[in-house]
Design a protein around this ligand. Structure first.
Ligand code: SAM
Length: 286
């Protein structure tokens, strides 16, 4: 079943997602009308996100994204007491919230993440989780040094393809992506990525970094387990001269080709409910 904006909005206003939000955000939600919450959930489900951002749009972006992932977990029939691995969470909580709600507090959530400031911002957002959660400070390409093979039901690459490839082109240029303030440096990372894309050089750094992280995730999930990817961007970036809009709308198809050619024990089985331009799901075969 495709994600339903009305179901997500209800969960944010009165349901399980609402119960996980920090106090300040719960108060904000109480100040939004039913229609405002619904509009923001509809906005999140459209890709690229339309130019006009609803009143509650930015405040509810991550809870609404969590709702979209909950629908995918259900569609794939994942077990309720699920273990979830997320590379590159940064300060983003959608996957952790989806894990908690889907499992009724019985789940396990682990992220491998490099940037320390973003990780520090994530911690308080997970304060209301009852399930186990852990943030590990290391490369997703080294996940197997921290986590046991076959110990997860699903790996969620939530808007993480760009994170992996941006970091892969920035570090060789001397940028310390672990300690810097991420947002003020992200434009530079994206510009370097765009340069390598224009030069036809993604195979040098971007592709090996992505494939290595995916190979680790494929080992961490049990046979029959899943690797799920999404990406989204904003319509307003179409006109931004330094932003490689074409590349950012093609990241999932590009990654699909790289994974298919990598010889990993995975087969793509993206459900019909998901737009393959912005989502893909791969199942571990053996
Ligand atoms: C902007 S945050 C993105 C969070 C989330 N994926 C989202 O889009 O909402 C990017 C995070 O990915 C992390 N990251 C990038 N490459 C990584 C890698 N190879 N291993 C682990 N973390 C990585 C960065 O350190 C940063 O914390």
């Amino acid at each position: 079943m495709p994600a339903d904006a009305a179901v997500i909005a209800e969960s944010i206003r009165h349901g399980a997602l609402w119960g996980l939000l920090p106090d300040a955000l719960q108060q904000q939600v109480a100040g939004f009308s039913e229609q405002e919450v619904l509009e923001s959930c509809r906005h999140v489900l459209v890709r690229p996100h339309p130019l006009e951002v609803p009143v509650a749009g930015m405040a509810l972006l991550n809870p609404a994204l969590a709702g979209s992932w909950l629908a995918v977990f259900a569609d794939l029939g994942l077990p309720r007491e699920l273990a979830v691995y997320e590379p590159c969470a940064g300060s983003s909580e959608p996957i952790a919230l989806a894990t908690e709600v889907y499992s009724g507090g019985q789940g396990r959530y682990v992220t491998l993440n490099l940037n320390q400031r973003l990780a520090a911002e994530l911690r308080p957002k997970l304060a209301r989780l009852r399930g186990d959660w852990q943030i590990i400070d290391d490369y997703a390409q080294l996940a197997g040094q921290h986590l046991a093979p076959g110990s997860f039901d699903v790996a969620c690459f939530h808007h993480a393809v760009n994170d992996l490839v941006q970091t892969a082109v920035a570090e060789p240029r001397g940028m310390d992506t672990r300690s810097l303030e991420w947002w003020s440096h992200e434009r530079q990372m994206i510009e370097w990525l765009a340069e390598e894309f224009e030069a036809g050089e993604l195979a040098l750094r971007a592709r090996p970094a992505l494939v290595a992280a995916v190979a680790q995730a494929a080992t961490l999930v049990r046979p029959g387990g899943w690797l799920i990817f999404d990406h989204w961007t904003w319509e307003r970036y179409r006109q931004v001269d330094w932003f490689p809009f074409g590349l950012f709308t093609e990241l999932i198809p590009l990654a699909r080709g790289w994974i298919a050619a990598a010889g990993l024990p995975l087969r793509e089985a993206t459900p019909a409910s998901l737009d393959p331009q912005w989502w893909m799901a791969w199942q571990r075969t053996a």
